[in-house]
Design a protein around this ligand. Structure first.
Ligand code: SF4
Length: 436
């Protein structure tokens, strides 16, 4: 008897192409706070763009060092800068820090970070209370019981007296212990008790919302109250903010607390914030990176801006599209030029920001060889395709999609920077803007 071998068929199905839509985050509607210094107003929430915030790590009592770091953070792109106010010396230094910044033309609002003794420092140092543009209050660190209620009320009274917004900033690491204990007790009485983490998440959110309600009862406008509930785990942060966003319309400050160092801190922050921002959640962000030895504090600002720019929510600096390099880029020229151009444009933005409006949206391509070099360069405003291993030592430059010139020789980097500078002047300079 012969048998017919079994045959298998693999069917491939395709569907007719439908137009694809590139998704774009739609910011949820929140109340809008005004954080001001003099005539300089930074709106947060509502239709304002997602703001970038940072925090100094100098001793605030050292007014000169703190003013210098605030200036660096502001010039890097931070729109609000928080400083620690933890004792009389630092509270006394705040007006001097403000004065030095004003003298340097840095109008960036300062946010005072208070724990434990903020009620007393604000009352004892009216110049400090006035020089700050916003107060951060941690409900877990204002004191316990009736004493805590009284001290919280005193801080709100100061905010009302000086017409300052407040951020009620709850933190996983300093959660109101009385509240947590009572919620744990209530949880144990449930027929099916929640997981401990679920109770903690609920305690964080309840602490923030209850404190905000108290602040409103004491006379704060809801628009002048911002909330944050920071935790150090990515999934927990996403859960907390998704829930918070459904339960209030206060402007929200996002941040993964204690994110860590370097790649780990950067990736964890970007992962958590990107998910929330894409869902329209978040009105201001901070990336809490631990600086690596010798690393500039401004790195947290660079990362925050990159997150917003990568999501297409804001543009801060011209972007450099660069290929990763491969076996066709065996010399270091390609990596060096990419870094040189990126650094050059970041440094230049301090002046370009005012001189060349719109330049922050410019796209520059630095590509390693002819495989994808010319194609990617044509998609950019200005692009260069470097010679790969074995290719003729010449680098075609494309401007607005057309081949404009070919650079040769040892000084390709310097020549290309000159081409970029000239392009920026022509496209974004005053004459162009006037003509437009
Ligand atoms: S563009 Fe060229 S050098 Fe760059 S990754 Fe592609 S093949 Fe490699």
């Amino acid at each position: 008897m012969t048998t017919t071998p079994a045959t298998t068929t693999t069917e491939t199905t395709t569907t007719t192409a439908a137009p694809v839509t590139i998704s774009q985050a739609q910011k949820r509607q929140t109340l809008q706070a005004r954080v001001a210094w003099g005539d300089h107003v930074v709106t947060v929430g509502g239709d304002a763009p997602v703001r970038v915030q940072s925090m100094t790590n100098t001793d605030t009592a050292d007014a000169v060092a703190t003013a210098i770091q605030v200036k660096e953070l502001a010039q890097a792109g931070s729109e609000l800068v928080r400083i620690t106010v933890n004792n009389d010396e630092s509270a006394k230094a705040v007006p001097y820090i403000r004065e030095q910044l004003d003298r340097m033309g840095i109008m960036t609002p300062l946010v005072g970070d208070f724990h434990y003794n903020g009620h007393r420092l604000l009352a004892d140092h009216p110049d400090c209370a006035q020089a700050l543009s916003k107060y951060r209050i941690n409900p877990g660190n204002v004191g316990r019981g009736e004493k805590g209620d009284k001290q919280f009320a005193q801080m709100i009274e100061m905010a009302l007296r000086w017409d300052k917004p407040v951020r009620i900033g709850v933190n996983w690491g300093s959660l109101d212990q009385d509240l947590l204990a009572s919620m744990m007790d209530a949880n144990s009485l449930r027929a099916t008790p929640w997981d401990v983490k679920q109770v903690m998440v609920e305690a964080l959110i309840s602490s923030a919302l209850a404190s905000a309600e108290t602040a409103q009862r004491l006379g704060m406008s809801p628009a002048q109250i911002l909330l944050s509930c920071k935790v150090s785990g990515v999934q927990e942060l996403i859960t907390v903010y998704q829930s918070l966003a459904t339960r209030c319309n206060y402007a929200l400050h996002l941040g993964l607390t204690e994110a860590g160092m370097g790649t780990k801190g950067t990736v964890a922050s970007a992962t958590a914030l990107a998910v929330l921002l894409q869902q329209g959640i978040g009105d201001t962000i901070r990336v809490s990176l631990t600086p690596e030895p010798g690393e500039a504090r401004t790195q947290e600002v660079v990362v925050a801006m990159e997150i917003l720019q990568s999501l297409g929510l804001r543009a801060f600096v011209p972007s450099v599209t660069a290929c990763p390099g491969c076996g066709r880029t065996t010399s270091s020229v390609f990596q060096e030029l990419t870094k040189e151009i990126d650094d050059y444009m970041r440094d230049a933005m301090v002046d370009w920001r005012d001189q060349y409006p719109g330049v922050e949206s410019m796209k520059v391509a630095v590509m390693g060889c002819i495989v994808n070099g010319p194609g990617e360069s044509k998609h950019a405003d200005i692009g260069i395709s470097l010679p790969g291993t074995g290719e003729a030592p010449s680098a075609p430059v494309y401007i607005d999609g057309e081949k404009a010139m070919t650079l040769r020789g040892d000084g390709i980097g310097a020549q290309f920077k000159a081409v970029v500078e000239s392009y920026v002047q022509k496209r974004y300079g005053a004459s162009h803007n006037t003509a437009a």
